[in-house]
Design a protein around this ligand. Structure first.
Ligand code: SF4
Ligand code: SF4
Length: 434
């Protein structure tokens, strides 16, 4: 079963059992189960020769692939690669059947949810490719969520085509379900660079959901399709989704053993631009004029760090905060214990909704103590998790993609500068995004 057992065994042997990974694991923090940590899984992988039980599948699937353990490991062990490799080696369809059964059970148990999904299919999602990981994520939205997600019109007049200097990888959320993210990104691009966005029609799902669930071949197919979609030019490739960006960056590794695509994958990855770094680096957004004490009076904004950026190789945490400070006029507030995983983890939420809810609840409890008016983030999965969690809890707090938040600030400030300062009740207008 383990065709690469020597490599797996070596990885397991490299583990010093120090527990640094356990201390930072969001799943361990809510379950206290050693088997659901990197250390526990490595121990298991180093000793099992024919893993096939349901318990084993559950252990291997109960990882968010957040990267916190890999980031903390003093031995530099690629703990995520070990989990993904284990998922690829699961008995035929064990992992996928587990997810699909859960999906079917949840969906068919709720006629209202079915109706909702069907209406989504018939309208907003009629063009969503079958391979998109968004299908699985959508199956767990509450019944009224589709209505909440219908994007506001973001003034198409502001998006007249100009010189096409930047291309855009939208990701499934911005392309099919919440196009306001793409529209807002186009607006910001034009404000910052004077350029319009080139959005190749042939682009498809980044493939992270396929890769994370162990379907490497499907992930490779999607990667080739995306590389080909952006091959007609050498423009930078901007993406507004943190998870997509993180996975697109891994294409060279994913296609390293494919002679026809390895170099093309490297060229593609070298052109990628992460959303917040791109705009923070543009230097074209001037901070608003501040009066003494004004920043403290603004409604509080919280920026949620997507794990793919926080634990990725570039550790992108400063750029989004800089953008918020420069355009909103105040730095976002921080949780008492620092950034916190939201619990979405792509398909993790699908396989382990209760664990996902527990991890999210713990973040939300901390957040509510800060009287936050607006949550912003740059990851499609995190955005769904926060919008769903805040909506379900009935909290008086908005949640939107950073692109939408920033675009609204600029437009609102331009149309009505007074709206960006305090009103006569001493409150500053918060951009409306839903
Ligand atoms: S990737 Fe995240 S959830 Fe998975 S074992 Fe590591 S820290 Fe835990
Ligand atoms: S941090 Fe690394 S070396 Fe330490 S227990 Fe975890 S995987 Fe093993």
């Amino acid at each position: 079963m383990h065709s690469n057992r020597p490599a797996t065994q070596q990885t397991a042997d490299d583990c010093a059992k120090c527990g640094a990974c356990t201390a930072v694991c969001p799943v361990y923090q809510v379950t206290g189960r050693e088997s659901q940590t990197a250390r526990g899984r490595l121990h298991l992988l180093g000793r099992l020769t024919r893993p096939s039980s349901a318990a084993y599948s559950a252990i291997i699937s109960s990882c968010l692939l957040c990267g916190a353990c890999r980031d903390a490991c003093p031995r530099g062990i690629d703990t995520l690669a070990a989990v993904i490799h284990a998922r690829q080696q699961l008995p035929p369809l064990a992992h996928h059947q587990f997810l699909e059964k859960l999906l079917a059970r949840k969906t068919f148990a709720s006629p209202r949810l079915l109706k909702s999904l069907s209406s989504l299919r018939n309208s907003l999602l009629k063009n969503l490719p079958k391979a998109s990981g968004l299908w699985l994520k959508l199956a767990f939205l509450p019944e009224d969520y589709a209505q909440q997600m219908i994007p506001p019109d973001f003034s198409t007049a502001e998006n007249k085509p100009g010189p096409q200097a930047i291309s855009f990888f939208s990701g499934c959320l911005a392309r099919y379900l919440s196009p306001v993210i793409g529209t807002a990104t186009a607006f910001l691009t034009r404000e910052a660079t004077g350029s319009s966005l080139l959005v190749p029609e042939e682009q498809t799902c980044c493939g992270l959901a396929s890769f994370g669930s162990g379907n490497r071949e499907e992930a490779r197919k999607l990667a080739r399709k995306n590389i080909a979609a952006f091959a007609g030019h050498n423009l930078p490739i901007l993406t507004s989704c943190a998870s997509c960006y993180s996975h697109l960056r891994s294409y060279p590794e994913l296609l390293a053993d494919d002679p026809a695509w390895a170099d093309r994958a490297k060229h593609f990855a070298a052109r990628l631009q992460e959303f917040s770094q791109f705009f923070a680096g543009s230097g074209l957004f001037s901070p608003p004029a501040q009066t003494a004490g004004s920043a403290q009076d603004l409604p509080r904004v919280f920026y949620h760090d997507p794990c793919h950026l926080r634990f990725g190789p570039e550790k992108i945490t400063a750029a989004p905060r800089t953008l918020i400070r420069d355009l909103y006029g105040s730095l976002p507030v921080e949780l008492a214990r620092g950034p916190h995983c939201c619990g979405q983890g792509g398909l993790f939420r699908l396989a382990h909704p209760d664990l996902a809810d527990q991890i999210f609840s713990s973040a939300l409890t901390e957040l509510m103590e800060l009287s936050v008016a607006h949550v912003v983030t740059t990851c499609s999965g995190c955005l769904l998790q926060w919008q769903q969690g805040i909506g379900k809890g009935g909290h008086d707090c908005q949640c939107s993609h950073l692109a939408v938040f920033l675009a609204r600030i600029i437009r609102q400030g331009r149309e009505s500068p007074a709206a960006m300062s305090r009103d006569n009740r001493g409150n500053s207008a918060i951009p409306q995004t839903r």
